[in-house]
Design a protein around this ligand. Sequence first.
Ligand SMILES: Nc1ncnc2c1ncn2[C@@H]1O[C@H](COP(=O)(O)OP(=O)(O)O)[C@@H](O)[C@H]1O
Ligand SMILES: [Mg+2]
Length: 471
Amino acid sequence: MKVKLEKLTKRFPTRGNKNEEVIAVNEFDFEIPDGKLIGLLGPSGCGKSTTLFMLSGLQKPTSGKIYFGDEDVTGLAPEKRGVGLVFQNYALYPHMTVKQNIMFPLQNQHLPKQEIIERTNQVAQLVQIDDLLDRKPSELSGGQQQRVAIARALVKQPRVLLLDEPLSNLDARLRLQTREEIRRIQRKTNVTTIFVTHDQEEAMSISDLIVVMKKGVIQQIDVPQKVYDNPVNLFVSKFLGTPPINVFQGRIEKNNLYIGNDKVMKFKADDQEVYVGIRPEGFVLDPKGGLKCQLKNVEVMGRDSSIVSTHEAAESPIIRSIIDSDLAVKPDENGEVRFSVRPNKIFVFAKGYAGVRGDLVLNKETKDVFCYEDERSGWKKIGNASVNESVEVKNGVMKVKTGAPANEDASMILNSETKEIFVRDNEEYKLFGTLNLAENKEWKEEINFSVLEKDPVLPEIRIYPDNGGKE
Ligand SMILES: Nc1ncnc2c1ncn2[C@@H]1O[C@H](COP(=O)(O)OP(=O)(O)O)[C@@H](O)[C@H]1O
Ligand SMILES: [Mg+2]
């Protein structure tokens, strides 16, 4: 069964403050091909469970649609959707045997007894618990209990199987084993499966496609290896990979990429401050390499060695690089090792400008005005300002009023009726200009107002060199 989400959104009112709300899931748009296993991956609180709850019908979306195949199931009751649900905490009936637990959903459907028995035995075999059917849940290990929960979800022959962190309660060894098991069962049954986890390794290892989420917003959807090889932003690059990516403060200057004072490689792009991420396997020991790190330790781990070093521009106290353990690591007389970097393992990200909903940015040159929408939409151009060049305007907080300023105490005032901006110049306010808006806007009482030399870009988005990385 193909599953499609269309601008699926869920907002919750926040406790205490009725005017504020959490956007748990923000305009999810994606399509899950029939018979695939999708990993929904993201940190705690990013909206994974809410997405599953909406798919299952247990929660109603605020807006947007869900399709199973061509059928719009958005308003359909949970029991009519044909979904199987498995949670972290198994949720088996403790007073029933394994067999009774599995049969329970079928008995509820009032199926013929013979069919119930056949399907129960089939699914027990598939999940490999046929020798446990007469036990009670308390007589099973965590891994076995989770298999029973999966069997109970599958026995209904669901159109879609939803698994919410199904491995979280298992110990490390069982987690590994059970995730292979889930993959095997999914392949065998071919049921479209959505698997929620905050564990990147788990998602990478069993998913056909992963959806990386952050604060209710989809960051990237692709096959696991592509997300690893081509992260669209700093968040995604940091979220995938063990050991994690090494992040540095860097800059682009005259088409060269610098980390601290080290010239690392050619990089054709506008001069700017950037973040640089280098995967641990991206470092190459090279006496002529541009990146100079202070060697701290070499940990030999069989085939590979892990070089532990430091660099003043690194975001974390240590840098971890993985090299072939046959290579000798020889620091110079200053204790430094030099690296060159594999071009496909180094990612450059814009510093950009984060905002709070409603913040304004003025491009000083073009006089275009941008407003921050939300994490998903970022900065949206809302109009242009006709300005009085003789009044200098600086970054600041702008107060919103209906009238012109008298003796206010703010660096800037926006007259919300006339859309005139006044800038404080010593003791008086001078008219800086008028906002020409493409649409009507409701203003908050205060707006952060920033003045830039260029258009605002969202922070931490990947920058690619103009020449595609070739010299
Ligand atoms: N019933 C609810 N009422 C209010 N806020 C909620 C509710 N359920 C979830 N949230 C909020 O929505 C966001 C996403 O939650 P959730 O989907 O449970 O995240 P995840 O499963 O990724 O950890 C969180 O900020 C959470 O606090
Ligand atoms: Mg959750």
